[in-house]
Design a binder for this molecule. Structure first.
Ligand code: COA
Length: 250
C-alpha cells in the first residue's frame, strides 16, 4: 500500500515524491514514511538525481501524520512495525541535494514542518498551513520549535504553534516561508520547473552552497530533544483523548 500512497518518479534529474492518499487527505502512515526515507537516502548516492520534489494529488498537500498511527505508537514501533518517521525527518534535514515542495492545497503538522527543511517552496494562493500540535496534546516536532520562529519570528510562530492559527498562502510568501504563491493548478509545474533548473546547475557547486547555508547538527539535536518529549506526549491522557475524539467523531 505504501508504494501506492507515495508515487516515486524521476524526471530530468529530479526525484519526484508524490503523496497519493487523497481519500485520507494524504495523511502519512508509518509505511509511507518508510518509502519517503528510503527514497531520499537512496537519492543521496544516485548521481543521476540532483534535486528532490515533494508534491501531492488531491486538495491537501498532506494532513500530517496518520492519527490512527499516532494512537498505535508504542516506544519505537507503530502496530509492532519499526517507526520510520524519524528516518524521514533526518533524511530531510541531512539531504545534501536541494528539496523543493509544491504545496497545492492545505498542509497540516509534519506537512508544514517539513517545508522548513526545503530549499524552495511554492504554495497555492489558497493553501492553509496549520500546526495544531497542542490541540492534539503534542509538542512541535521536526525541529520546528526552532525553525518556525527562526524564519518568521516568535510572535507569528507562537500564533501558529500556540494558538493553532493557520498561515495562508500569500502570507507564507510575505513572511518568507514560501518563494511564491500561484493558483492551485499551477503550483506543481512552477515547483517542477524550479527543481529542474536546480538539477541543471553544476552539481558540486550546488551541493557545497546548500551545505554552507544549512546547519544539520543543530537541527538534528533539536529534533531529538523534541522527539523524546513527543514520544512521552503520545502516551499522555491529553493526546489519547484527542486521538480518540478524532477517530470516533463520526
Ligand atoms: N490521520 C488519519 N486520517 C485522516 C487524517 C489524519 N491526519 N486527516 C484526515 N483523515 C481522514 C479522515 O478520517 C477521513 O477518513 P474517513 O473518510 O475514512 O472518515 C478522510 O481523511 C477525509 O477527512 P475528513 O475529516 O472527512 O475531511 P474534512 O475536509 O472534513 O477535514 C481535515 C479535513 C484534514 C481538516 C480533518 O480530517 C482533520 O482535522 N484531520 C486531522 C489533521 C491533524 O490533526 N493531523 C495531525 C497533525 S500533527
Amino acid at each position: 500500500m505504501a508504494q501506492e500512497h507515495i508515487i516515486v518518479d524521476r524526471r530530468d534529474g529530479v526525484l519526484e515524491l508524490r503523496f497519493n492518499r487523497p481519500e485520507k487527505k494524504n495523511a502519512i502512515t508509518n509505511a509511507m514514511y518508510g518509502v519517503l526515507a528510503d527514497s531520499i537516502f537512496a537519492a543521496a548516492n544516485d548521481p543521476g538525481l540532483r534535486a528532490i520534489l515533494f508534491t501531492a494529488n488531491g486538495d491537501f498537500f498532506t494532513a500530517g501524520n496518520d492519527i490512527a498511527d499516532f494512537a498505535a505508537t508504542a516506544g519505537g514501533t507503530v502496530d509492532g512495525q519499526p517507526r520510520h518517521v524519524v528516518r524521514f525527518l533526518e533524511a530531510c534535514i541531512r539531504a545534501e541535494k536541494p528539496l523543493v515542495a509544491a504545496v497545492q492545497g492545505a498542509a497540516i503538522g509534519v506537512g508544514v514542518t517539513m517545508l522548513f527543511h526545503c530549499d524552495l517552496v511554492y504554495v497555492a494562493e489558497n493553501a492553509k498551513l496549520s500546526t495544531p500540535f497542542i490541540d492534539l496534546g503534542l509538542v512541535p516536532e521536526n525541529a520546528s520549535s526552532l525553525t518556525i520562529a527562526a524564519r518568521i519570528g516568535h510572535a507569528r510562530a507562537f500564533a501558529m504553534l500556540g494558538l493553532g492559527e493557520p498561515l495562508l498562502g500569500r502570507d507564507a510568501v510575505a513572511c518568507g516561508v514560501a518563494n511564491a504563491a500561484a493558483p492551485a493548478g499551477e503550483v506543481e509545474a512552477r515547483a517542477r520547473a524550479a527543481a529542474q533548473a536546480l538539477a541543471a546547475k553544476p552539481a558540486e557547486a550546488l551541493r557545497l552552497t546548500k551545505k554552507l547555508m544549512r546547519d544539520p547538527a543543530t537541527l538534528i539535536a533539536r529534533m531529538q530533544e523534541e522527539g523524546a518529549i513527543f514520544a512521552e506526549r503520545l502516551q499522555s491522557d491529553e493526546a489519547r483523548a484527542a486521538f480518540a475524539a478524532f477517530l470516533t467523531r463520526r
